[in-house]
Design a protein around this ligand. Structure first.
Ligand code: CP
Length: 309
């Protein structure tokens, strides 16, 4: 396995080179094979201590990182904002400095504030892995999405990936845009006008308002979760109207390729972003995304914490 990346932290994919992305994905493929073995644990990160700092809710990312760390034999500390001294008014930097004083090597952080992982990287010697910062980036989600696409589609150069839904609040969309572009894929975005940021035209994407046109000829469709927790009520007339115009359904997909991949980062609002027969249908790779996430996170942990395979 290769172990040299240009980056020292994984803060986002905007400034990660195609070469680094390739190394992460190639190593993830090796780890994905390990996950199919009877004995799934490697001694790679023995002696490395990782803290999982989750200031926002998470199911998939938190469990996936924790499992990846366990598969690599790291020592793990889990932190949740509720029940911690953050509730007593401790600053983020003080929390970090105290954790660092306990000799932590790697910090996995999820926070509602854009730029929190970068801030931490500037103030600590630990390796920082972004597990989602506000509406900014969610790099390991995009890497696992890309890994899943490559597993079915091969080389993504020239492939069309359509991202549908709440682009405005989506860190998953932003990380996918950068990662997919680095690998030569074409990215289409489709969202209601209120959920499509005005500056999206400056990103390397094609913009669509009509979901049927956006999915025409696409190789993969990523439906995004409506992030109601980051949204005020005025952005959508109603959930039913959203579903009628932007939901991924049999009708919406009529002009899509027969073997188009259906993806979603989770958690899914069934019957809103995706109909259940599509989410559970033969083209869905949503659970493969979850399995692949563990391998991708093992790869990132291995490469950035200097582990030995
Ligand atoms: N995809 C994702 O980030 O899911 P969680 O919020 O459950 O971690």
């Amino acid at each position: 396995m290769s172990s040299s990346l240009e980056i020292k932290h994984l803060l986002g994919l905007q400034y990660v080179s195609a070469n680094d992305i390739r190394i992460i994905l190639d190593n993830a493929a090796e780890f994905r094979r390990v996950l199919d073995r009877k004995v799934k644990t490697l001694p790679t990160l023995r002696g490395v201590t990782v803290v999982n700092l989750f200031f926002e809710n998470s199911t998939r990312t938190r469990i996936s990182f924790e499992l990846a760390e366990k598969r690599l034999s790291a020592d793990i500390v889990n932190f949740a904002a509720s029940g911690s001294s953050v509730q007593k008014g401790e600053t983020l930097l003080d929390t970090l400095k105290n954790i660092e004083a306990m000799k932590i090597d790697v910090v996995v952080v999820r926070h509602k504030g854009t730029g929190v992982p970068k801030f931490l990287a500037q103030h600590t010697d630990a390796v920082i892995l972004n597990a989602g910062d506000g509406s900014h980036e969610h790099p390991t989600q995009a890497l696992l999405d890309i890994f899943t696409m490559e597993s079915s589609l091969g080389d993504l150069k020239g492939k069309i990936v359509t991202i549908v839904g709440d682009v405005k609040h989506s860190r998953v969309a932003r990380s996918n845009i950068w990662g997919l572009n680095a690998l030569g894929a074409r990215v289409r975005l489709c969202a209601p006008p209120t959920l499509m940021p005005r500056n999206m035209g400056m990103f390397p994407v094609e913009l669509f308002g009509d979901v049927r046109k956006a999915v025409e000829g696409a190789d993969a469709v990523i439906a995004l979760r409506l992030q109601k927790e980051r949204m005020d009520d005025s952005l959508l007339p109603s959930i039913r109207e959203y579903r009628n115009f932007y939901g991924i359904t049999r009708q919406t997909l009529e002009k899509a390729k027969k073997d188009v991949l259906i993806m979603h980062p989770g958690p899914i609002n069934r019957g809103v972003e995706l109909d259940s027969d599509i989410a559970d249908g033969e083209n869905s790779v949503i659970l493969d995304q979850v399995t692949n996430g563990v391998a991708v996170r093992m790869s990132v942990l291995f490469l950035l914490s200097g582990g030995r395979a």
